[in-house]
Design a protein around this ligand. Sequence first.
Ligand code: NAI
Length: 461
Amino acid sequence: MAEYDVIIIGAGPGGYVCAIRCAQLGLKTACVEGRETLGGTCLNVGCIPSKAMLHASELYHEATTNFTKMGLMGQSPSVDLPKMVDYKQETVNSNTGGIEFLFKKNKVDWIKGYGSIPEAGKVKVGDDTHTAKHIVIATGSEAASLPGVEVDEKVVVTSTGALELKKVPNKMVVIGGGVIGLELGSVYSRLGAEVTVIEYQDAIIPGADGEIQKNFLKLLKKQGIKFELGAAVSGTEVKKNKATVSYKSRKDDSEHQIDADIVLLATGRRPYTENLGLDALGVEMDRGMIKTDAHWATNVKGIYAIGDVIAGPMLAHKAEDEGMAVAETIAGQKGHVNYGVIPGVIYTHPEVANVGKTEEQLKQEGRKYKVGKFPFMGNARAKSHFAGDGFVKMIVDAETDRILGAHVIGPMAGDLIHEVCVAMEFGAAAEDLARTCHAHPTFSEAMREAALACGDGAIHA
Ligand code: NAI
């Protein structure tokens, strides 16, 4: 039993960042985590391992498609999936080990085990009860279930099982055309699986800019991924390590079935708040999420919540920002998160990235806007990399030229988007970005060209 200023429950990107910031601000801090390693879903079974698999499969694809075009001849590589999974695990280990090092460096105590809150000011882990003036819940999320679909993590898998497959499936069915489905579907498609994505809506990545949705779908189809849109999966049946997926067309109610060696369930995630004791404490909830005020405080004094357990996009970086901001708030500073400037990235090839408003949202708000677009085909660097697919779309206020949003599909989109994030944080106009010198030849010139297209016109389009 020990006394702390702050105890954070959960060591994912929200929790561990919050813990480090609390310690840096002079608070005696502990973080409770029951997993063998720190880093939560993101580092252990989410963002980081999937990026390793995306990187390896992209290089394989590059080697088998573009190498000979560049005069790189010789034997094409073959896929050894268990070895690729080992590489993925090494990447995970070095990252989770890094957080352990940072905890030691910043003097954050790692309390091993799963915590609950018997009363405000107390956190129970195993037989020990620790006291803390402030408690931050950062317990994240888990894959949402779908009626009729029983996950066994062998044939019917979530993203966790999909990162541990023993061999590349011949046929893979992905339920859900959202971020997880398209990222992991891309990995196995590139490694040789026949991938079919079944999506309930009539478009992939619901909520994204319409033009991006259409272009992205076209590019993924060109890569060989099949799509059944406007189709609701009603169940899966597994026999002798093979699955049959049943789905219904929403257009005409027709029933269909498709066979698969592996089925990936990727229909969203839900907040993970079980066994914390929130009911008994009287913590207010809203549709499964913990309700917080603008300063991440719950209705119970001294208890805060951040990340996937509260409202907003379930993104590691959103949780990180909240983690830092709530630490600052607890330390008596003015923690703040600008929810209008949270980028979203899909790490497929090409990458897809967005920040701010979509055209559809602005139309709904009745706001007058202008669009500046630039295709990567007009970007010299992209052409030399066989990466001319995609475009940058910048949306600005029609009268003031202030940037309201940007949507990018193309090479390095996930990095390029941050130029716009910084611009938006400073309330910049497209002209500000257009008048900023960009090194040539870089992919970032496409961002400048889209900004130029909001004014007198892009140069290379
Ligand atoms: P998602 O919400 O992005 O997509 C789920 C999709 O499943 C939706 O398009 C939905 O219409 C569809 N769906 C739902 N029920 C269905 C049914 N019965 N039949 C067919 N389709 C159905 O959820 P996803 O991909 O599972 O990701 C979960 C969370 O993790 C998201 O919040 C995502 O942002 C986050 N994440 C973010 C990543 C990134 O930033 N790169 C990577 C991976 C996950």
